[in-house]
Structures are given as C-alpha cells and as structure tokens.
Design a protein around this ligand. Structure first.
Ligand code: PLP
Length: 820
C-alpha cells in the first residue's frame, strides 16, 4: 500500500466500491436499513469493512511469523488504554479519506460515525496508554509483538461533574457489542486458585509438589487485531475473559442447588468484571491479585502451547520468547513460569531459573512508596499456595548469593529480601520482578538514575548493569497525524509525509520557524483548533471562552504529586490581581483542567471540587470578564485528549521534582506545539534539552534540592508568612469565598499546605509564578511564541514510541523486524 500523495483526488470507482461495502455491511452485519440506520449502525458497518481488510493481513502476518520461526515479544499489561479504533485503523490502512468521502456520498456525517464508537478505556492513564502506543509502534515497525491483558467488562469509570463534584458511573463499553474483537471460544485455559500443596516423591525419589483441590476458572481469549501504519503487518492483542469452569458448574448443578450454582458461576466470572480505577496508589485486594494471576496464567499457557508446536527443548525458550512486564502488576508470571518448568515439566531448579530470568524483563513506573506493590504473605498462601512456596525458594537462593558476596551484612539482607518481615509479612513485588528478570528499565533518564539511587540501590550493587534507561514515547500517528489533521497536513505539505514513520524528520521544520508565511499558517491551524475546542466547551458546558486567549492546559490523572493545586493557586492569584487592578493590562487566559480522581482518593476529589468552585466564581465575576476563565472538562479519556491537545498553547507539567517517572502527556502536548511550563522532572528534562531552554519555561526546585529539603526540615508556613500573594490566595480559599455555602469545605487543603505540604507547592510557588509571568510576556510577542512553538514540534522526534520500541527490541528483547 503506498501513501496517497497529498491532494491527489481519490478515483470515483474506489469511493463507490467502499460505499458498496459499507452498505452491504449495514445490511448483513448491522442488520439495518438505510432509512432507520443510526450513527452507531454506520460505525458498526464501516468497522466491519476496515476489520475485513485488517484480518486478512493478520492471518498472513501470523503465518509469516510461524514460517520464519521468529522471536516473539509478549507485552504483559493489566492495562491497555486504546481509545477508539475506527479512524485509527482506517488511517493506518490508508483509507481514512476515502472512507470519509464514502460516508459523505451516503449523506452521513463522518464525525458522527467516528464519535459513535465508545473508547476502549481499559486503563487508568499513562501506563495503559503507553502499552497502547507500544502496540502501534511494534506493528508499524514489523516487530512480532503481542499484547496480553484482561478484557474488562467495565473499563475506566465515566466521570461527571455534579455541583462541582466528581460523580462516577460504570463504563459498560461492551453493551452494544464490539466489532473489533474476535471471540475465540476454542482458546480457553483453566486457571487454578486456592487449594493446597501436597509433597510426594516421584519414581526416581525426587521431591515433587502437587497443587490440588483448587477452585478453577476458565480464561477465554478475545483477539483484537493491531494494524501497523502503512504496512501489511498486523499484530494481535489477546485479552482474557473469565468463564466458570465446566467441572465447577457441573458439580454444583448436580447437587441440585440451581440458584447457588448460578451465583457461584457469577462469582468466578467476576475476575474480569472491572478495572481497578487506582492510579499510582496500591489497592491490595484479593480480587486484584486474582486478576493478575488469572491473565498471567492463561497467557503463559498460550505462549508455551505456541512454543511447543515447533520446539520441545525449554532451553530454547529465551531465544524464541521475550516477556515484558509492564510494572510489577504481572510479575507473578515469573513464579508461574518457575512452577510450570519445575513442577510440571520437571526441570531442575537452576536450569528453570536461568530460562525464566532470560525470558522476563521488567519496566518500573514509579518510585513512590504508596504505589510499590506488596502482597501479604498470608493472602498469597491462601490464593496461590504453591507460588508462595516458590517465592520463598527464589528468595532463599537469592539471599544465599547476597550473603556470599557481602558476608555478615544482615542489614543488607533485610533490605534486599523479597520478603518484608512486617508485620504483616509481605512480598515485595518489585524485588521479585528485579530478581526474576534479566533487564530492569526506567522510563526517563532522571527516573532511572533515581531508581539506582533509591529503591534498587542494593539490588543494583548486587547486579550491576541490570538496570537500563529507555525513555518513553508516544505514537505520532494517533497523537499528531490523526488528532491534529490541520497541523499534520501543514507539515506534510512542507517536508513530505515521511515524518509519520520517522519522527526525527520533523527537524526539517527548524528553518521554517524563521519563515513568516509558515508561522502565519502554523498560527492559523492552532487558532482553528482552539475555536473547535471553544465551541465544544460552549456546547457541552455552556461556557463561553475567548478563543484568542492563551489556552493553558493541565490534563492528567488528579494526584497530589502532579500538583493541580499549584495551578489553582496561580489561578487564584491571577484572579486577585485582576480584581485589585481592574484597569491593568492582564494577558487573557483560559485555564483548562481535565482528569479523573481515584474514587477513594478524597484529597484529589476535593481539588476537583475546588477547581470547579473557583471556575464558578471567576467565570461569572463581571470585573474579570474574558480575562480569566477556568474550565474543568469532565471525563478525561483518550478521545478527549485527542481533542484538547491540538488546541493547547501552554502545557502544565508541574509535578514535584523526582515524582513523575516520565510523563507522556508532556510529549503529546509539545508535539502539537504547546510550550511547556514545567519542573525538572521525568521526561521534561529531556524535552528541555531537545527543544532548547529558550523554548520552554522551567521552574522550581530540582529533585536533589527537594531531597535535601526533606532531610533538613521543610517549613511550608514560612513561605506562607513571607509571600504576600501566596498568603492571599490561600486565605481566600480558606475563607470560604469559593464555597459560600460551606465556608470550611477547603480547610483540609489549607491545613495540608500549611502543616506538611508533602509535595512542596509552597516552596515552588514563587518560582512558578515568575515562570507564569515569563509565559505572559512571551505570549504577547505572537511571532516569538509561534517560533518557539514550531521549534517544539520540530525537535520532538526523540519522543516517538518507534524509537522507544527499537530500543526495547535491541537492548532487551533481541527481537528483529520482519521483512514481508
Ligand atoms: C497520555 C495520557 C495520560 C498520561 O498523561 P500524563 O500527563 O503523562 O500523566 C493519561 N491519560 C490519557 C487519556 C492519556 O492520553
């Protein structure tokens, strides 16, 4: 398939034939007549057209993987935040424009059709979206990469705002069916839980372990094809759904208690019912542990079945299989592979452990203690009794080696152990993942350095070189080409379309930053995108925002470490400045927030409420007029991100230095021409060095300075007492000005800031404010701003997930690209 040259008209016959295909699917797949077909029916029909094209290539891709006996990469992730598939698939197939024209010829609005598709929201945020970008890049690069995860019946909850507060409702995304998935009722594996372990001596007298009297659940596969961009390669994402086992059903039904049997059937099918909506905080619940083991056990059976078709010697497993663990969530897989090799295949321990560690690699996504996974030993002993024994054995042998290298250092043994002695006794999943993998990677330079210095310092000393850095990336197809068609065609018109597959080619735009005509066109595109977002805000929130104001955007999960509250403090200060000098020359701004809070995270929910309450007062204060607007766009999701990002002027990336592992929202925004105001945290540091210090607004304390302040004693109230504008902003919030019906509503926020301020907002406030002044000043010079904005786009090549994936392939997986 060759890329359509820009502006080449599509031949009439091709549009006609596509029209015919869509109409046929309307009849035969959707079962509808044109007269009464709704947007959703057209969505189903067009999806089937695209799927038909994709599935043929899926078959031939799989066949060529078999024929060439390639090394396969399996990406294990509890989350895949895919978003919508239709326009992405059509674009990857090179059919998007043709499909739009075919729909128009049928008098159907393409936008309505695309918007009828629900997001596949099987993830919380950055970690799940990274998995989705990686699948796109692996397919595009021709790397045999397969996603494995859970087909949650309910994905990430929907967020509404009622009286300023977050209200959650379930995301029943499969209600109207899912045209992208292929159910595979024949691909079904048993997964065991509970039961007990019996020791016995085999015929040769070797001690063996039998896990028995288990409660079994079946895992059934659903496949979603993943087409690469402008290539014939189509990979697969296999998600598991829980089904009651047949034995289980029979035994209960035979007892004659029909209702109990149906209840129990539902119980076992609960495993894949719902995604846990906690981002960066741990929820140590039994069902979550069962989800982890459920998908890992099914995936390993599937992988070994495939391996076994052509191989009978497990020593060759690491040459044919690479498994990447997306955080510790699937790390029980290490133990499960050991169980299979030792208990079922009767390999000796050392040989099994060598195979296992050479197969697995682990990506760490956080250093924050509250997010590091641990499971109580007692729970593991109940749910996975044999696995707990194997963990003890792995730990025993590991500690023996450590002791041999560092004799007498009992403190070290205690720190480095996979078991935290508690109480309660817990398994440190990050230590297990580290010990059971041959590579451990961080997701941005600073994050990897901090990993080595903090949570893994002992482990790094014991296994030098195991930790490497691979900075995250995003797919330029979804996040520039498809999300921002205006900018995308402006770029392709100047430098050709090659950047979509080789993002470094954007460097060709550097000289164009000096071209006045190009700057004008570039600004027109941004202006158009801002007007689109402004009309969305008007239509959905009934709020008018001036499209010529500076669009200041902070969109991400609501979390204290991401410091949305610091942004609010700045908004309140701006508000007070406008009120106190009504005739002053204030740069108009529209401050846009979007993000979900974990349902049990009270402080994050209170901050959402504060944003909405501040908006309620500021947006209706006649003294302010159009100079300040505060908008909270509900239900942050991939689709909302695709709409907001192209309209952003300013990207808020203001986490406390040392807390945001990488961030990927920062990359999407910069790639779309937003300038970053940010701390030296995560990938911001690398973005700054790519785009140049003149084209980014860096502020705040560095990670090392934060650490030092923590050690020497931080006194936030001193900032409050000495900085007048800061004090005024906090006092106004504390006074109940934004919550007149409940004057003490925001007391917990004020108290937290003044007593401990665990994320150092007050320490960074003055510096943040100065940076915001610099932003205002820079924005006044629209020419200078456009130049910086173009240079941001031009220098983002490094942050393509294609580069990220090639690094994983070379430095971890030893996987090759397939020529087809
Ligand atoms: C990219 C993305 C994220 C990650 O954003 P960060 O700013 O890096 O935290 C979260 N959610 C969605 C929907 C995204 O598209």
């Amino acid at each position: 398939m060759s890329e359509k040259a820009l502006g080449t008209p599509i031949p009439e016959e091709m549009i006609d034939s596509l029209k015919q295909l869509v109409s046929d699917h309307l009849t035969y797949s959707a079962g509808k007549d044109k007269i009464n077909a709704k947007a959703h029916d057209w969505f189903v029909s067009l999806s089937h057209v695209a799927r038909d094209k994709v599935v043929g290539e899926l078959m031939s891709t799989m066949r060529s993987y078999y024929d060439q006996d390639v090394k396969r990469v399996y990406y294990f992730s509890l989350e895949f935040l895919m978003g919508r598939a239709l326009s992405n698939s059509l674009d990857n197939l090179g059919l998007l424009d043709m499909a739009k024209q075919a729909l128009k010829a049928l008098s159907i609005s393409p936008d309505d059709v695309f918007e009828a598709e629900p997001d596949a929201g099987l993830g919380n945020g950055g970690l799940g979206r990274l998995a989705a970008c990686f699948l796109d890049s692996m397919a595009t690069l021709g790397i045999p990469g397969f996603g494995y995860g859970i087909r949650y019946e309910y994905g990430m909850f929907f967020q509404r705002i009622q009286n300023g507060q977050q209200v959650e409702s379930p995301d029943n995304w499969l209600r109207y069916g899912n045209p992208w998935e292929f159910p595979r009722p024949e691909v079904i594996y048993p997964v065991k839980f509970y039961g007990r372990v019996v020791e016995y001596a085999d015929e040769k007298g070797v001690l063996r372990y039998h896990w028995m009297d288990t409660n079994d659940v079946m895992a059934m596969a659903y496949d979603t094809p993943v087409p690469g961009y402008m290539t014939d390669a189509v990979n697969n994402m296999r998600l598991w759904s829980a089904k009651a086992s047949h034995d289980f059903e029979l035994s209960y039904f035979n007892e004659g208690n029909y209702i109990k049997a149906v209840e129990d059937k539902n119980q076992s099918e609960n495993i894949s019912k719902v995604l846990y909506p906690d981002d960066s905080t741990l929820m140590g619940r039994e069902l979550r542990l069962k989800q982890q083991y459920f998908f890992v056990a099914a995936s390993l059976q599937d992988i070994l079945y495939r391996f076994g078709k052509y191989h009978d010697n497990f020593d060759h497993l690491p040459e044919k299989v690479a498994i990447q663990l997306n955080d510790t969530h699937p790390s029980i897989a290490i133990v499960e592979l050991m169980r299979i090799l030792v208990d079922l295949k009767h390999l000796d321990w050392d040989r099994a452990f060598s195979i296992t560690t050479r197969t697995f690699a682990y990506t760490n996504h956080t250093l924050m203690p509250e997010a590091l996974e641990t499971w109580p030993v007692e729970l593991l002993e109940t749910v996975l009794p044999r696995h707990m024994q194997i963990i003890y054995e792995i730990n025993h042998r590991f500690l023996k080696e450590v002791r041999a290298s560092y004799p007498g250092d009992n403190e070290l043994l205690r720190r480095i152990s996979i078991i935290d002695d508690g109480p309660p006794k817990k398994v440190r999943m990050a230590h297990l993942a580290f010990v059971g993998s041959h590579r451990v990677n961080g997701v941005a330079k600073i994050h990897t350095d901090l990993m080595k210095e903090t949570i893994f310092s002992d482990l790094e000393r014991f296994s030098p070189g195991k930790i490497i850095n691979i900075t995250n990336g995003i797919t330029p197809r979804r996040w520039l080409k498809q999300a921002n068609p205006g900018l995308s065609s402006l770029i392709s018109g100047k430098i050709g379309p090659g950047w979509t597959k080789d993002l470094a080619l954007l460097k060709k735009l550097i000289p164009l930053a000096e071209d006045g005509d190009f700057r004008t066109s570039f600004r027109e595109v941004k202006q158009h995108n801002k007007e689109c977002l402004a009309s969305f805000i008007k239509n959905t929130l009934h709020l008018e925002v001036p499209a010529d104001s500076l669009f200041d955007v902070q969109i991400k999960r609501m979390h204290e470490y991401k410091r949305q509250l610091l942004n609010v403090l700045h908004v309140v200060t701006r508000y007070q400045e406008i009120i106190s000098s009504p005739g002053g020359d204030h740069q108009p701004r529209t401050v846009i927030f979007s993000g979900k809070a974990a349902p049990g995270y009270q402080m994050a929910k209170l901050i959402i409420r504060l944003i909405n309450d501040v908006g309620e007062i500021v947006n209706h204060d006649h003294r302010v007029g159009s100079r300040l607007k505060v908008v909270f766009i509900p239900n942050y999701s991939v689709s909302n991100a695709e709409m907001i990002i192209p309209a952003a002027d300013l990207s808020e990336q203001i986490s406390t230095a040392g807390t945001e592992a990488s961030g990927t929202g920062n990359m999407k925004l910069s790639l779309n021409g937003a300038l970053t105001i940010g701390t030296l945290d995560g990938a911001n540091i690398e973005i700054a060095s790519e785009v140049g210090e003149e084209n980014i607004f860096i502020f705040g304390m560095k990670a090392g300075e934060i650490l030092h302040l923590k050690k020497t004693g931080y006194r936030p109230w001193e900032h409050y007492e000495t900085q007048k504008d800061l004090k005024q902003a906090i006092d106004l919030i504390g006074s109940g000005y934004f919550s007149p019906d409940q004057p003490t509503l925001y007391k917990p926020i004020v108290d937290s800031l003044l007593s401990a301020d665990p994320f150092f907002l007050l320490a960074d406030y003055a510096s943040y404010r100065n940076a915001q002044r610099a932003v205002d000043l820079a924005y006044r010079d629209q020419d200078r701003w456009a130049r910086s904005s173009i240079l941001n786009v031009a220098n983002m090549g490094k942050f393509s997930s294609d580069r990220t994936i090639l690094q994983y392939a070379n430095e971890i997986w030893g996987a090759r690209r397939i020529e087809r």
